[in-house]
Design a protein around this ligand. Structure first.
Ligand code: ADP
Ligand code: MG
Length: 679
């Protein structure tokens, strides 16, 4: 049988509309999708074990004859039990199946079968429970081999997936090669069709590594090509140089009331040197929470303004835009520069004034790139807390100014692991802030349970008495009783509890359902010490800077990723005051606890991110939009060798064929985020 990759799944024998719907849930709609639906793991049932050698806990395949077969139903319970006894020349083994009543009709005494499963102790005897069974005269599909185990969904088993894929063997064998011969040779890549067959039906455990390598390569290569292409495009764009006097750095640092750390100085020097070139800067300033990125951004802004250009600063939320406005406006005013705030709800400036060049720095949210706003000579754009700024948004901004492409600087506290960066984001230049301002004592982090409540209460009492600010974080806004959420704290219920616990405290709430002016008001009150405690969802995770905040108490901490917890922890410890982070959980699942324990003992955002990346993939620290293109099925983004090799391959391919003329299929698979509309 032969199928077209674009055909719907229902073309396959045994797949009707109902099962097709279940496959669709897994993202498998066409035959081609199924071919590329990779196993999650494999189990080795390839050796036939003599019954006498079976051991408890062992996963094995036996080849045996059915001796006896009986079936009964447990009264009152929906439980069918099928008992059987199998034997081979070395001995006999009882087998039990639950709720598979059809078995008595399909298997026959005296016939030979392959049985695959795990050996368990049952009534003082070894037995197989619920094994797969197949007639021994057929080439086995579910036993007697290395078995692919797939991610499944209700009503859709690995067995069914395997059976469906078996119809596709001929189709898979006919899949043409997608990569240039020289690449396959140089990187020792198995042919694509061979790798696909082996990943689903490995002939032996040894067939797996080459198949994986090939398919991981296949998966990552288009992304690497995209990265290199976007770099090439960027390098061809025209920018406008910023010119400042040689004493600029000194003049800038003199007006600050603290001195810059070494890494801040280095970062600012790197940025200045980019700005003074006529190629647009494309730099990422990476620094852990509280490392002082804002002041570096301010330096870049002042340099551009002094040189006669307009600048813009974009923040992900109105609350943050507002905070930046508050912090930067006075600094800019000192240098005689004008600052405007432009968000959805606050327009402290008219679009005309920006267009006329009357505003030197415009701070805003995405509203800034909405239509209607244009600039006279925008030459520097700073993007706070967004790792990727899509090509399309950049294009929009570029069209809003009469100069060439403005210089771009992104600020991020997301501690992206080094290997990941070097390999997958090297279309950006990077400056890192590696030291913290002043010698702040690290935030004290503790794992807490309900038993620790008295201590926590005492701590919060003391901090509030000292006029310090406290955050309490919950995963939910309102208590709800949807499945799976029971036992989770909500902003509303916690606020009520906390009001009882701390009757004198002034308590505010903050969550995503408040509109921006309401949120800003709460933050302003906290900053002005008109509130003592704010109960919030993770909306506060990014960028909020309240220097006198000293306690963050995170409820149901197991609900948050490590990188996210670290961001939350970064809301305290932003001044010289000793700060505390309490992570509370009532979960006793050991994996979850281990994760939280590593959070308690590790204060280095990059290491936490590496753990997160390993445990949860890139989605753990990028938003859906940012990481959607990185949802890889097979490739492991912590695999440095894979990242390095695919990058060299991308460079080699583009070196010979920069427009990928000879590889339309490969070109087609480059994620859209990397392509400009010129293509
Ligand atoms: P982040 O990198 O998380 O955005 P911010 O830029 O908000 O951090 O800085 C955190 C705090 O540290 C701010 O209150 C800022 O004024 C202060 N700060 C920044 N640099 C220094 C420095 N070199 N010395 C002392 N304080 C600093
Ligand atoms: Mg910040």
């Amino acid at each position: 049988m032969f199928f077209l990759l674009g055909d719907p799944l229902t073309q396959l024998p045994g797949i009707g509309p109902k099962i097709a719907l279940k496959f669709a849930k897994l993202g498998v709609k066409s035959i081609g999708d199924l071919v590329h639906y990779y196993p999650r793991r494999w189990e080795d049932f390839s050796q036939i074990t003599p019954i006498a050698k079976a051991q408890e806990g062992q996963k094995l395949t036996i080849k045996a004859t059915l001796l006896t077969l009986s079936q009964f139903r447990l009264a009152g319970r929906h439980l069918h039990i099928t008992n059987a006894l199998f034997s081979d020349p070395s001995g006999s083994l009882p087998v039990v199946w639950f709720n598979q009543p059809y078995l008595t009709k399909t298997i026959k005494k005296g016939e030979n079968y392959f049985l695959g499963g795990t050996v368990r102790q049952s009534r003082n005897r070894l037995a197989l429970t619920n094994p797969s069974i197949e007639p021994a005269e057929r080439v086995p599909l579910h036993t007697g081999r290395v078995l692919a185990i797939y991610p499944t969904t209700e009503g859709l088993t690995s067995k069914l997936i395997r059976r469906s894929l078996r119809h596709l063997i001929t189709t898979i064998r006919a899949i043409p090669e997608t990569l240039p011969k020289h690449i396959c040779r140089e990187y020792k890549l198995a042919p694509l069709n061979r790798a696909l067959e082996d990943i689903h039906f490995p002939s032996s455990p040894a067939a797996l590594p080459p198949a994986r390598w090939r398919l991981e390569f296949e998966e990552l290569l288009p992304i690497q090509l995209g990265i290199q292409l976007s770099k090439l495009h960027w390098e061809r764009e025209d920018g406008t140089a910023v010119t400042v006097g040689p004493d600029w750095m000194e003049r800038f640092t003199n007006q600050l009331d603290f001195s810059l750390t070494n890494s801040q100085q280095r970062a600012l020097t790197e940025i200045l040197s980019d700005l003074t070139r006529d190629r647009p800067m494309r730099r990422l300033l990476l620094g852990d929470v509280g490392s002082g990125k804002t002041i570096i951004a301010a330096g870049a802004i002042l340099a551009a303004i002094e040189s006669g250009y307009q600048t813009a600063l974009m923040a992900p939320t109105e609350v943050l835009a507002n905070q930046h406005y508050r912090n930067l406006q006075p600094l800019l005013k000192k240098s005689g520069a004008t600052t405007a705030l432009m968000t959805g709800s606050a327009k402290l400036i008219s679009a005309d004034e920006i267009a006329a060049g009357k505003v030197d720095l415009t701070i805003g949210t995405q509203a800034l790139i909405q239509k209607g706003v244009s600039f006279r000579n925008l030459n520097l754009v700073i993007i706070d807390e967004q790792h990727r700024f899509g090509v399309r948004q950049r294009q929009k901004l570029k069209n809003k100014t009469r100069l060439g492409t403005p210089h771009f600087l992104s600020l991020s506290a997301t501690p992206i692991p080094r290997t990941f960066f070097l390999g997958l984001m090297n279309n950006l230049d990077i400056s890192r802030l590696t030291d913290q301002p002043q010698r702040r004592s690290p935030v004290i982090t503790r794992l807490a349970t309900a038993n620790n409540l008295p201590k926590i209460q005492a701590l919060i009492h003391r901090e509030i008495d000292e006029h310090h600010a406290v955050f309490v974080i919950t995963p939910l806004i309102e208590a709800d009783d949807t499945a799976g959420s029971s036992g989770r704290a909500s902003v509303h219920s916690e606020a009520v509890q906390l009001a009882k616990m701390f009757p004198l405290a002034r308590i505010g709430i903050l969550h995503g359902r408040l509109d921006s002016p309401q949120k800003i008001k709460v933050m302003d009150q906290l900053r002005a010490k008109k509130l003592d405690l704010v109960v919030a969802t993770s909306v506060i995770e990014v960028g909020i800077d309240i220097p006198h905040a000293t306690v963050i108490w995170i409820k149901n901490a197991d609900r948050f990723g490590l990188a996210q917890l670290h961001q939350l922890r970064g809301r305290v410890g932003r001044s010289n005051l000793q700060s505390y982070c309490l992570v509370e959980t009532n979960v006793d699942d050991p994996d979850g606890l281990d994760r939280l324990k590593s959070f308690v003992s590790i204060n280095d955002g990059t290491r936490l991110a590496e753990i997160d990346l390993r445990l949860r993939g890139p989605g753990a620290f990028f938003s859906e939009e940012q990481s959607g293109f990185l949802k890889l099925k097979l490739a492991d983004l912590t695999n440095a060798k894979l990242i390095k090799t695919t990058r060299s391959a991308a460079l080699a391919i583009l070196g010979k064929d920069p427009n990928l003329q000879h590889y339309p299929a490969l070109k087609h698979r480059i994620p859209a985020t990397y392509l400009t509309h010129e293509e």
